[in-house]
Design a binder for this molecule. Structure first.
Ligand code: G6P
Length: 362
């Protein structure tokens, strides 16, 4: 049928879409580049971001995880304070807002009912709104004041992959643009750095057998799996755990490395897989100490580090990219490990039970 043709040589859309992440980034680089080689967002978007005193990111699922990374980027690069909220909570538990808030909705589909409910509410309150979406004609795009397009192409698999990396890429451009307008000196060319990320993702996607082997070695019979990281790696750990839960039904949790000892470490047994990420130099030693804590309780560690921070015992070393953009690269092995875990456990990768691609009811 038509969907088989679209899948081409792939057994599943998810694997195809994981591979397409480098293409999505190259699309973004091309679409957002001006003739002088720089990125500049619409002057209206620039103005509205500039005038706001605080950005409120609202999203669900994987898009929420992209929002957490976006907060990091906006605060580090543009020195703009950002809060990130789960859409379904925001409506019923609204935080005290700043004087000039800007609401940024992140949504692959642009149709998530929980996010739309927030959009309707904040518009009633008279606030400015911007949607970052993969579907420009979608409800959230039409109803917001402004839209930034993620140009990832249609995403079919229920588990989101390329939309997530594309969202983080666009958030990077938003952060850099905001920094420039504010006169912040940056030694960081986002288009060049995103190109390096695209190459790194391609390199990872050419080594799928490594991640298939990790899945086969550690995840075939386990009941649970933990993902740990610190700083921005923690946010990627949350996304890694979500991917594994969604498609393999293994109970998985993402944790900030230092928080494990405050409770969750009680769950570590002989052979419990713990996937640890370390891409940030300032917490490299801290997360490694957390790995030691779980290993002492019998955990089987899978350590994914970034070139420059590696140690001999690491399971895999990721190609080096700018630390700010490490999440775009670090998520790829987690997507592939989840894919192969689900595949070899006989799960329906593209259409996991109980889940919908786009949840248009509250
Ligand atoms: C559903 C999907 C998730 C997605 C979430 C938010 O739950 O299964 O993959 O992350 O909705 O969707 P959105 O389209 O708003 O990004």
């Amino acid at each position: 049928d038509a969907s088989d043709i679209e899948k081409g040589m792939y057994d599943h859309f998810m694997l195809k879409e994981i591979d397409e992440q480098s293409i999505a980034l190259r699309n973004i680089i091309q679409k957002y580049q001006h003739e002088d080689g720089e990125t500049r967002l619409d002057s209206d978007i620039r103005t509205v971001v500039q005038e706001s005193d605080r950005v409120y990111i609202v999203a669900a699922g994987t898009s929420y995880h992209a929002g957490l990374v976006g907060k990091q980027l906006m605060e580090k690069i543009a020195h703009k304070p950002v809060e990130v909220h789960i859409a379904s909570e925001f409506v019923y538990n609204m935080p005290l807002l700043s004087k000039k808030p800007l609401f940024v909705f992140i949504s692959q589909s642009g149709e998530t009912a929980d996010s739309r409910a927030v959009l309707v509410k904040v518009k009633e309150l008279g606030h400015r709104t911007l949607t970052i979406t993969n579907v420009p004609g979608s409800t959230l795009s039409r109803e917001a004041d402004f839209t930034l397009h993620t140009f990832a192409g249609p995403e079919i698999a229920v588990a989101s992959t390329k939309a997530y990396t594309a969202q983080m890429a666009v958030l990077t451009l938003l952060a850099v643009d905001t920094a420039r307008v504010s006169g912040i000196e940056l030694d960081f060319d986002p288009l060049q750095e995103l190109g390096i990320v695209a190459n790194a993702i391609e390199a990872l996607c050419s080594q799928k057998d490594v991640f298939e082997e990790i899945a086969k070695t550690y995840l075939m019979t386990t009941r649970n799996t933990f993902f740990i990281g610190r700083a921005v790696d923690y946010y990627v750990a949350l996304e890694g755990a979500l991917k594994l839960k969604e498609i393999s039904y293994i109970q998985a949790e993402g944790f900030a490395g230092g928080e494990l000892k405050h409770g969750t470490i009680a769950l570590i047994e002989e052979g419990t897989p713990v996937i640890a990420l370390t891409t940030q130099s300032h917490v490299n030693l801290n997360i490694r100490a957390n790995v030691q804590e779980v290993v002492a309780r019998g955990a089987s560690p899978i350590i994914l580090s970034m070139e420059g921070l590696e140690q001999p015992s690491d399971t895999f070393v990721l190609p080096r990219v700018h630390e700010w953009l490490a999440p775009l690269v670090a998520v790829v092995p987690l997507q592939l490990i989840s894919y192969y875990a689900a595949l070899h456990r006989g799960c329906d990768v593209d259409k996991p039970r109980n889940l919908a691609k786009s949840v248009t009811v509250e």
